[in-house]
Design a protein. Structure first.
Length: 372
């Protein structure tokens, strides 16, 4: 073997060492002693749904399995009726787990999100969801006490800024510690995305190490990044972005209402969205109280057929104006990723507030119209 061949071989070994395999072991308790059978461990972020391993479950106990992976991987532990070779039934019980770099201990007996133990990623995953659950549970109990036995609706859509900010602080701390592994991407992609402000999300995303984004197990994050950038560009104080749609041969525009000398409260909704329908009575009440004082409540139906929207409008007795058939324009124009969603426009068309929910909407309007 000549000198050139030896150097080439050494460089190849160095390259392989940089992408060496990691050992995984999975064990634990799914939290239901009535379940016995088989489950699968599937790579969550590969669209083909690659099955990494299978597990035996005896009276809720996961018999330990172990093996090798090219890198730490976010997986789904799926328990249900899944004959070999068939597509995964998403009605089955699905739990996220991180495999690689040690033993992952799964404990589904404790909370809405199962505890994961054994590795740093598992411990910090549990830390985030434990904090999230504590804050959500405290908020729900507060709502129950406030209702004092009366009727109430509980949805996270109208959770207060205080609760959101507490969860956000925890997420920021954990993501900053995991910008070079899959936990940081998991929290940015789904675990914490609804708690992070768009500007904070973009700042954290910019810290993710570039090599991690080349991994085949990572979703394409460009869409989320694009939505966050659009949200920042249409933040409070900026001018509205117009939208238009065609209904019955007529063109309707957001600018038909916004920038015309009246405040406009735009409610982005859909007829099949339960939280959206829950918010409609409040919107009707706001319309009755503030319409003659200079506020227009405007419904904007997203991503659905016109007739579905019309049936819901009739069923729920909605009388305030609607912008129908907008499809995905609200996502493209304002970076909206979940509904219901509200944006409050000033009489000149600038955005006064966005992302307000429930009581926050009422409080904002009271300030504008000097109500006590």
């Amino acid at each position: 073997m000549n000198k050139t061949t030896i150097i080439t071989a050494l460089l190849a070994l160095v390259a392989l060492a940089g992408h060496g395999q990691v050992h995984y072991r999975l064990e634990g308790n799914i939290g239901d002693s009535t379940i016995s059978g088989k489950g699968v461990v599937r790579d969550m972020y590969v669209h083909s749904g690659e099955i990494i391993d299978t597990v035996n479950i005896i009276k809720g106990i996961i018999e330990p399995v172990e093996g090798e992976l090219s890198d730490t991987t976010i997986c789904a532990l799926i328990i249900g009726d899944m004959p070999e070779g068939k597509r995964i039934n998403f009605a089955s019980i699905l739990y996220p787990v991180f495999l690689g770099g040690g033993t992952t201990v799964f404990d589904g007996r404790t909370m809405r999100h199962p505890f994961l133990k054994g590795t740093t990623m598992c411990e910090d995953y549990t830390l985030f969801h434990k904090k999230e659950s504590e804050i959500l549970n405290s908020w729900v109990m507060g709502r129950i006490r406030k209702a004092n036995g009366g009727p109430m609706q509980i949805t996270t859509a109208d959770m207060g800024r205080e609760q959101t900010e507490q969860i956000e602080m925890t997420a920021i701390d954990i993501i900053n510690r995991h910008t070079s592994d899959m936990l940081g991407l998991y929290l940015l992609h789904e675990g914490a995305i609804n708690y992070l402000s768009p500007s904070t999300w973009l700042e954290l995303f910019s810290k993710v190490e570039p090599w991690l984004m080349t991994k085949p197990t990572v979703y394409n994050m460009s869409y989320s990044k694009s939505m966050m950038e659009k949200t920042v560009k249409t933040s409070e104080g900026t001018m509205f972005v117009d939208m238009e749609s065609e209904v019955d041969g007529n063109t309707c525009r957001l600018s038909d209402y916004v920038g015309k000398g009246r405040y406009v409260l735009a409610d982005f909704w859909q007829s099949t969205c339960a939280p959206c329908l829950t918010q409609i009575p409040m919107m009707k009440s706001i319309c009755q109280r503030y319409n003659e004082r200079g506020l227009t409540v405007l419904g904007i139906a997203v991503s659905e057929d016109v007739e579905k929207s019309r049936r819901a409008i009739k069923k729920h007795g909605i009388t305030y104006p609607q912008l129908l058939n907008t499809q995905n324009q609200s996502f493209d124009a304002y970076g909206i990723q979940a509904i219901p969603y509200t944006i409050l426009f000033a009489p000149d068309g600038t955005i006064l507030a966005r992302g307000l929910f429930g009581e926050e909407i009422e409080q904002q309007l009271k300030k504008i119209f000097n109500d006590k």
